[in-house]
Write a protein that binds this ligand. Sequence first.
Ligand code: ASP
Length: 454
Amino acid sequence: MTSSSTTKKKFPLHLKILIGMVAGILFGIGMWSVSGGKDLIMDWIKPLGTIFVNLLKLIAIPLIVASLIKGISDLKDISKFRKMGGRSILLYIGTTIVAICIGLLMVNIIRPGEGMPQETIQKMTDTYAGNSNISEKFAEADSQISSGPLDFLVDMVPSNVFQALGDNGNMLQVIFFVIFFGIAMLLIPEEKAKPLKDFFDGLNDVILKMVDLIMLSAPYAVFALMASVVVSSEDPAILVGLLGYALTVVGGLFLMIVFYLILVGLVVKKNPFWFLKQLAPAQLLAFTTSSSAATLPVTMERVEEHLGVEKEVASFVLPVGATINMDGTSLYQAVAAVFIAQTLGVDLTFGDQMIIILTALMASIGSAAVPGAGMVMLIIVLQAIGKFDPVQIQIGLALIFAVDRPLDMLRTTVNVTGDATVSMMVAKSLGKLGDPHVQEWDDHLENFGGDQKH
Ligand code: ASP
């Protein structure tokens, strides 16, 4: 490394990502009015963003396997693992209930659905009721409903580990197998387990380095993703009609972030602004990709290296959280369900709102961590209330569809922030919150010829 590189101050990656985002939005807006602009972005720019998201998904499963096996095999005392599991689940359920209650409070106080002009409702219904995206969501919701009450337990145990590893949607199956494997490793003589442990140690470091390398391209990728989101978004005139609803969700999500910051300050006893700053790259990625699963590798990297949560906690709590903890999603579902009822003139009793709390909680556990999954589970919430006929549910989804993508981006950011907050609380309670051991994205790159450190 040359001396100049050490003296030069590096421009932080999260600022570069932010610049990429803003530039992508501006470019998308600029291209909106240019003829052929949308095609140009979709054909030539969006693929860069898709490659980036694929790269992140590519390493998610190997990262979970390597880091969880390393985490468990480093454990001295297996009872800590049980405590960690219990506390994570309780905190996940607790924060999700808080999120749903905030959503319900906001929508009942603001009442964004009351007095919505009939012609706006008609326009939305005409535009979106037959939309193929909405029909797909109904089909997905149907397949979720047809499963039995204990199927979620059965689904957690894979019958073929390679099949489970081969599908990013099977995160819980992978976690189940890896925990089983890790515990068995603890139960065989140490010298026999050592080669495996060393192997997974090395694998873990390599994958974390892959996260770093992928993140170096993040500013360009978010540019591509944001530009494509902007050019494929809906007519702004339609969005205006939904402003009250959208602002209610946004206000609720904001309060949820404040709630996390209070938890970080009071329970974890860390500076909330420091927490936000360290987590920022993961939040920005969650926002641009709308997928907590795709963001997971970066969330794990930030929480472990920059927030100081020890590996055995981060490697369990975060993948589980990405799968079952979606505070932003359940808050949105609560607001959306009541908003639809208000718009269609359906009266919801206190009991109905209790049903929303229960089903939105289950939906948060059942939702996939991918774009648009929250809307599928919203169908199930609406059906569970039992006061909407199928046509009303169709109209309801058509009503909120236009603003779903921007709200998805925001709720995914909240989902990821919630996972990180819970991982810090669990780590703190088990004495496993240490000092951050920051590794820079571009550490060691100078070994490849050329000084890349500025
Ligand atoms: N996109 C969200 C996530 O990945 C899920 C949803 O709310 O649709 O966390």
